[in-house]
Design a protein around this ligand. Sequence first.
Ligand code: FNR
Length: 367
Amino acid sequence: MTALFSPLDLRETTIPNRVMVSPMCQYSCENRDGLATDWHRTHLGSRAVGGAGLVMTEATAVEPRGRISPEDLGIWSDEHAAALEPVTEFARGQGSVPAIQLAHAGRKASTSRPWDGHDPLQPEEGGWETVGPSGEPWPYEDGEAPPTEKLDQDGIEGVIRSFRAAAERARDAGFEIAEVHAAHGYLLHEFCSPVTNHREDDYGGDFEGRTRLVREVTAAVREVWPDGKPVFVRISATDWLPDRESWTVDDSVRLADRLAAAGADLIDVSGGGIHPDSRPDYAGPNYQLRYAERIRAETESDVAVGAVGGITTAEQAEAIVANDRADLAIVGREHLRDPYFAMHAAEALDATDEIEGPPQYRRAFGF
Ligand code: FNR
């Protein structure tokens, strides 16, 4: 038996193998309304057909101003949840566990999509005013950021309520796992990092204050998420800004235990995104695995860990799990190149008898 195709049990949920489709924005809502379209249903559905044990949606905004671009997915109404329901039904029918990433882009919201330039959008251009822990906008090199409002206590409570309501809708739409997006310089990460959080109230200052919002959001999601089903949190393990006071891997180890106490079952370990200067020192194969491995080894809780970044081959993914470096191999861009990554990995590892692929494709893959 391979490690990659062994199931992972979290609470009462069994993920049939260790391959997860990383959340990836598709910028494909047609009317800038946050509603899932045939693109999302086909994109996610085909990765479920492809054998991934866990298929996660892109960053799905808990409120309209939390979208990165106007074409991002949202889940701020029942209509949004209804448009996503076919994704959960179809993925489950393929034996894949459907998961949703719940997100708020904070001060990095309101940009055009990558193929339209990824430029800041002003309110009069179809963008909107963004929010953050402090009033400083994202420092764009070319072009001016839309205005950024510092969230006050009411605003913070509103964000927590939006995450909780989004989780309730996602639960009712049939998602089995909710992931809180607290990475990549978006709102929850902006609160955690001293680079962007200059508050002096209960939600700023020391580690305790800066991490309060992500802990409260995680607890709020956990509160409405079924007991038998897992909650994940994606974090940036480091700001990659060693020349200034910033978020570090030590902070992440400490936070992971606190998130576990708030109800998180797995920490999805990514990196960077807090500032334009934040760049990985190495971006090759497994470039963030060392952070996942440290969190897995150094946390006191038994919180599980997912590794993401530069995982492109079956052998790599198998080694990560077999050597106990992480519990899940999270595959992003390789899944854009190859929707059947998991089935191809099973072939490469001579493990097609360990995967239950669709009978329609049996004559091609031999499972
Ligand atoms: C991403 N990434 C990303 N991350 C996230 O947490 N939420 C998201 O919605 C997105 N959107 C997104 C879109 C696209 C087109 C890409 C390529 C990436 C980051 C992604 O999940 C992953 O962490 C990185 O791509 C690194 O993993 P790979 O691609 O090296 O396997």
